[in-house]
Write a protein that binds this ligand. Structure first.
Ligand code: APR
Length: 246
């Protein structure tokens, strides 16, 4: 039986589904994945370098410029058919989305209660006092200069930083605790668009499998998590999810 039919059958007879998504979930919305060659003026920079406290301390304007560029990309993007299929499936199944993505495309597709393990691109806060900061002006992604001085905190004057989790920083405790509990309680986990390289998020499929859930990977390529999955559907999120959830 083709893997997509196996996945469809698993969805049909399971009711408590957790969906772990990564950058591949938003690829068909035009958002470059982390390990795909980055596009545009940032081609010579690696996310692993820029998404770090060290890069921020060394050159906050460069890091802030990179995030403004990414905010512009996300603002210009629209949820793809995969995001929409997940939102619609919540009408007939218990669907809990646990995402490594910092974009808001799941929410804009209509999914509620999305657990963001790596923070959010639009949840800015003060680097010094951690107070949340409001909206910032987001230039069109095609015109963002490389260096933009970050805004200052109205309370303490500290620099405003992106509300994402940088390499070396801890994940938001509440979100991760909920994600582990949901993974241990689900009867099916869909793993969509992640290379499975970055822990602890990448450990969640094994938590689900060890707890007796079926695990289905949806990814055009083999990944670190393929061996954990019971079924591997080699296809894209926007093509496969509407089929599997429909
Ligand atoms: N549909 C499904 N999967 C896709 C698609 C698509 N259209 N296009 C690409 N992919 C897959 C790739 O094959 C790859 O396995 O998406 C995955 C993207 O992997 P990464 O770029 O490593 O992104 P991700 O797994 O989300 O990275 C995890 O690492 O850089 C940090 O914090 C960052 O959250 C990120 C984390």
């Amino acid at each position: 039986m083709p893997t997509i039919d196996q996945a469809k059958r698993l969805v049909q007879n399971r009711s408590n589904i957790v969906v772990l998504t990564g950058a591949g979930m938003s690829a068909e919305s035009g958002i470059p994945t982390f390990r795909q060659a980055p596009r545009g003026l940032w081609a010579e920079y690696s996310p692993e370098h820029l998404a770090t406290p060290e890069a921020w301390q060394a050159d906050p304007a460069l890091v802030w410029g990179w995030y403004l560029w990414r905010m512009g990309l996300v603002r210009a993007a629209v949820p793809n058919a995969g995001h929409v299929a997940l939102a619609m499936a919540a009408e007939t199944h218990t669907i809990r989305i646990v995402t490594q993505n910092v974009d808001d495309l799941h929410e804009r597709a209509g999914s509620g209660d999305v657990l963001h393990l790596h923070g959010g691109l639009f949840a800015h806060r003060c680097f010094a006092c951690a107070r949340p900061h409001g909206e910032v002006a987001i230039p069109d992604s095609g015109t963002t200069p490389m260096r933009v001085e970050p805004p200052r905190c109205a309370h303490c004057g500290g620099l405003i930083r992106p509300g994402v989790v940088w390499f070396g920083e801890n994940l938001p405790e509440a979100a991760f605790t909920q994600a582990v509990a949901a993974s241990a309680a689900c009867d099916l986990m869909l793993v969509v668009g992640t290379s499975g390289i970055v822990h602890p998020a990448a450990g969640l499929p094994l938590v689900a499998r060890d707890a007796g859930a079926a695990v289905v990977e949806i990814n055009p390529l083999e990944t670190e998590l393929s061996a954990v999955a019971h079924v591997c559907v080699r296809g894209s999120a926007a093509a496969v999810l509407p089929e599997v959830l429909g």
